[in-house]
Design a protein around this ligand. Structure first.
Ligand code: NCD
Length: 345
């Protein structure tokens, strides 16, 4: 769908591609740990593949056999609703067997090390770990220590990266706008603590967005963001959303704040909360997004969250298709087209 040649995009295919620990020796996706360093054609392949999976939800039998016989273990060391359930459902729709480890009742709570837990799961012939962890770098650590046949997907590590969320957001934007090319995208709120924002910014830049803005109080902007992330920083909501095509709201991630970052939620809403009135300067067809969970009355009011520009629930549905795409690229049998033509469901 995107024009691959039109944009400057990331570095050309070269030695870096061969050394990316996320790719196998053929350049295929083996782990999905971060969007950083992945090239535009690969990101586009994820989006195109996800497009093909949207229809599975409408089939009488909501399954395809791409990961039949594979075992996926969900290792969630942090809370999750949408991400964990959509990963589970995505794996089941791909016909994989799924293990959901309840970490609080597992042996980890009895002092077993992470690597010992992994080794035991590998002894059960698990093919993929889906990992969420409060420590940045946890998924990379697991990928570096996993058995050679095992794939690892990062479902959120600390404030570092949440690549499937980033890609499902790109997928949702592309479905509404046709392409990411040239779009003005405003990300509003707690960027400092947001792994989602980092993944979105990385994907938006690689896929050719025209301008990526962040709008936040000074205390919630990462140091040196303009240069380090390639974004424009605003501290005024109305100014920041002017002529935006896409507005992405973020939750205040208090669990990652270890000091006083904000005066009060009331005051935050007063300055940075999205209302219909404050949307007035955005493009008339601008869409409003949020990775969830929403705090109504803090980052946005209900009129906007449930309004006609909101695509928040579509993001959830799209998350399934995108997670199916990524999982099947890592451990699938890779013959989607041929299988569909042969009439398999
Ligand atoms: C996000 C996360 O966990 O990073 N949520 C999600 O995955 N849907 C964002 C958040 O918790 O605010």
């Amino acid at each position: 769908m995107d024009d691959l040649d039109a944009r400057p995009g990331p570095a050309p295919i070269g030695p870096r591609r061969r050394h990316d620990p996320q790719l196998d020796s053929q350049g295929n996706l083996k782990h999905f740990l971060t969007i950083d360093g992945l090239e535009r054609p690969l990101l586009t392949e994820i989006l195109d593949r996800a497009e093909g999976f949207l229809g599975v939800a409408r089939q009488a039998v909501k399954k395809v056999p791409l990961c039949r016989g594979k075992i996926v273990a969900n290792l969630f060391f942090e809370n999750s609703t949408r991400t964990r359930t959509t990963f589970e459902l995505a794996a089941k729709r791909l016909s994989a067997d799924v293990l959901n480890l309840n970490i609080s009742t597992s042996a980890t709570a009895k002092g077993e090390t992470l690597l010992d837990t992994l080794r035991n799961l590998e002894a059960m012939h698990v093919d993929m770990f889906v990992v969420r962890h409060a420590e940045s770098g946890a998924a990379h650590f697991i990928a570096a220590h996993a058995a050679p046949h095992v794939s690892v997907i990062n479902a959120g590590d600390g404030r570092h990266s949440h690549p499937t969320q980033g890609m499902l957001d790109m997928f949702t934007i592309r479905r509404h706008k046709g392409s990411i090319d040239g779009l003005v995208v405003a990300i509003v709120g707690d960027v400092l603590h947001s792994r989602v924002a980092r993944s979105q910014i990385s994907a938006l830049r690689t896929l050719g967005a025209g301008e990526v803005r962040i709008i936040a109080p000074r205390t919630l902007v990462p140091a040196g963001a303009e240069d380090a992330l390639g974004v424009r920083v605003y501290h005024d909501l109305r100014e920041g959303v002017r002529d935006a095509d896409v507005i992405i709201m973020l939750r205040l991630q208090r669990e990652r704040m270890d000091g006083a970052f904000l005066p009060s939620e009331h005051e935050y809403f007063h300055l940075f909360g999205l209302t219909e009135k404050r949307l007035a300067t955005a493009k008339p067809d601008a869409i409003v997004m949020h990775p969830g969970p929403i705090n109504r009355g803090v980052e946005m009011d209900s009129q906007v969250a449930d309004g006609e520009r909101s695509v928040i629930l579509e993001q959830v549905s799209n998350g399934l298709a995108v997670r199916m795409a990524v999982m099947s690229m890592c451990i699938g049998t890779q013959h989607l087209g041929a299988q569909q033509e042969a009439g398999h469901d």
